[in-house]
Design a binder for this molecule. Structure first.
Ligand code: GLP
Length: 292
């Protein structure tokens, strides 16, 4: 595992987007695993900006999202299908047929989960898995005690998760009780993992995930088993790490990070979010509070 600490949320987000962009440029048929949540909104906004301004090409890539709520149709504004269409798919040149999420309205969930795993395998497996982290350390919706070898299945959501995700619903009792999620084992099968966490509310769980003992109580600790996992943090999310000087030294000295050390001009001039906020549709995109 490598840990990269950037000065603020804008810079951390920009680095994640640039890593994704480089993988996509190197392999236009990239199979991407995608995540949802507020942290990812800025990543997708940056990718949309790269598509518009630099021609970043999504036409041949395939995507598999980590999870979907059980009981929500794709048209429901709280479904992850709707989130992805809104924040990314509807704004870049991706072929919607190549975008996959589990079906939260399936008649037979066992069959749906098995066919999701099969589809990932048929596409050749996930090349790059983007991840956020829940306050309880979940990846996707792998709640505490998710087996470290688990596959795609239905999970019951924990009270912490329902509370955390209630912000996107009108009230907490509207948050579904269940979700379909890729398993921890499914995530570990991807060729590369890229986890982004920003903000001081993530500092404690990030420290547990990165430096704590591997435990199914904190699903993200399983990433310590992954041969190619990069964790990208802002200063506040990194604030409880014990070995942060070591991680900083690696980022400043490892040749493979050379082209990533300088911030994008838009971020360096602090203009990144100012520009994102005036994107089309007259909508103000939600941004992480620590980034503004
Ligand atoms: C949801 C998703 C997770 C994501 C988490 C983080 O629970 N299922 O995949 O990591 O949100 O959310 P946020 O970025 O809003 O903190």
């Amino acid at each position: 595992m490598e840990v990269v600490i950037r000065p603020n949320a804008d810079a951390a987000t920009d680095l994640v987007a640039r890593v994704i962009a480089r993988e996509l440029q190197n392999n236009p048929r990239l199979v991407m695993g995608l995540a949802t949540g507020r942290t990812m909104e800025s990543v997708y906004a940056r990718l949309v900006q790269m598509h518009r301004e630099e021609g970043l090409n999504f036409s041949a890539c395939h995507t598999f999202n980590l999870d979907e709520y059980v009981g929500l149709r794709g048209t429901d504004p709280n479904s992850y299908r709707h989130y992805m269409n809104h924040h990314l798919f509807g704004q870049v040149n991706i072929n919607l047929k190549n975008t996959h999420l589990p079906d939260g309205m399936a008649d037979d969930f066992e069959a749906e989960c098995a066919s999701y795993e099969k589809l990932i395998a048929q596409c050749g497996g996930i090349d790059l898995q983007l991840l956020g982290i829940g306050l309880n350390g979940h990846l996707g919706f792998n709640e505490p005690l998710s087996a470290l070898r688990s596959r795609t299945r239905v999970k019951i959501l924990s009270p912490v998760t329902r509370e955390q995700n209630a912000l996107l619903f009108q009230s907490s009792d509207q948050v579904p009780n269940y979700a379909i999620t890729m398993g921890v084992g499914t995530i570990l099968d991807s060729r590369r993992c890229l986890l982004l966490a920003t903000g001081d509310d993530k500092a404690e769980i990030v420290a547990k995930a990165v430096e704590g003992p591997i435990s199914s109580m904190v699903s993200a600790t399983a990433l310590q088993l992954h041969p190619e996992c990069t964790v990208i943090l802002d200063e506040t999310a990194a604030s409880q790490l014990k070995e942060s000087n070591h991680y900083r030294w690696i980022f400043e000295n490892e040749p493979h990070w050379e082209n990533f050390r300088a911030q994008s001009p838009a971020v360096a001039s602090n203009g990144f979010h100012a520009r994102l906020e005036t994107l089309p549709q007259g909508r103000r995109l939600q941004v992480n509070k620590t980034a503004v």
